[in-house]
Design a protein around this ligand. Structure first.
Ligand code: 16G
Length: 240
């Protein structure tokens, strides 16, 4: 309930009340929330104040506005612990169906940083793959992967529409061991926004992964653009 004498601003109290109802499951994902007018009447406050609370909740990703329809409870983000798992494994672990839309698959010659990162010579052949990764048919990430053609023998378009890690481990018998990952904030550019079905300029997470085999050989360089409205990465830390 709203306390008009509280030092907490009223819009903030409304925000907390709505958040509380989402967290308790009284308002479910995808459900339409009451209108500004209804909230204003229920709490005996102005519509302006309600609007401010709702705008803040939209900006924080709790709610989403659909033009001409109303305001709905947003899908809450996928929480992902940062570990050396594959996209296929991550989605299956959540009970979501992974799929892949192949944008590009080509064999090219390694240059500069890519050759250096993959531990091969400039001019050596590499696979250059671009994939949109989906969960229950919703685009989650756009991944660009570079692999040394000499190491990942026999890779083809069909294989990369499934799990790359599964192929590397089960078919090639290579041991994936560790990775270094960089995480940066960014915004969706035109092509990225199209394939991820988000507006241009929407915040995204840019992740670069350098993955190595047990014998130390570099396996892959991957640059991924993850939807900022869908993903939240969690890191466990210990002070040792
Ligand atoms: C993840 C990895 C990516 C790897 C892919 C393999 C991140 C940021 N990236 O998306 O480096 O290539 O999984 O997935 O987590 P797959 O086995 O399903 O093809």
């Amino acid at each position: 309930m709203i306390d008009k004498y509280s030092p907490l601003p009223i819009y903030y109290q409304i925000e907390e009340a709505i958040k509380g109802r989402i967290e308790k499951g009284e308002l479910q994902e995808g459900e339409m929330i009451p209108s500004e007018r209804e909230y204003a009447e229920t709490y005996g406050i102005s519509r302006m104040t309600v609007r401010q609370a709702i705008t803040n909740l939209v900006n924080d990703g709790y709610l989403t506005r659909r033009k001409g329809k109303g305001t709905f409870v947003a899908n809450q983000k996928i929480e992902q612990k940062l570990g050396l798992t594959s996209f296929t494994e991550d989605m299956k672990a959540r009970g979501l169906k992974p799929s892949t839309k192949l944008i590009d698959f080509q064999i090219s010659e390694a240059r500069g940083k890519i050759a250096a990162g993959l531990g091969i010579h400039p001019g050596d052949e590499i696979y250059e793959i671009q994939r949109v990764r989906l969960a229950d048919n919703i685009p989650m990430a756009l991944e660009t992967t570079y692999l040394a053609a000499d190491l990942v023998k026999g890779l083809n378009q069909r294989i990369v529409q499934g799990s790359l890690y599964q192929f590397v481990e089960e078919e090639l018998g290579l041991n994936i061991d560790y990775a270094t990952q960089e995480l940066e904030a960014s915004v969706a550019r035109e092509t990225e926004s199209e394939v991820l079905r988000i507006a241009k300029g929407t915040p995204v997470l840019l992740i670069r992964r350098y993955t190595y085999l047990k014998d130390g050989r570099p396996l892959e360089l991957v640059q991924s653009i993850y939807r900022g409205d869908r993903y939240k990465f969690i890191i466990d830390m210990q002070r040792g």
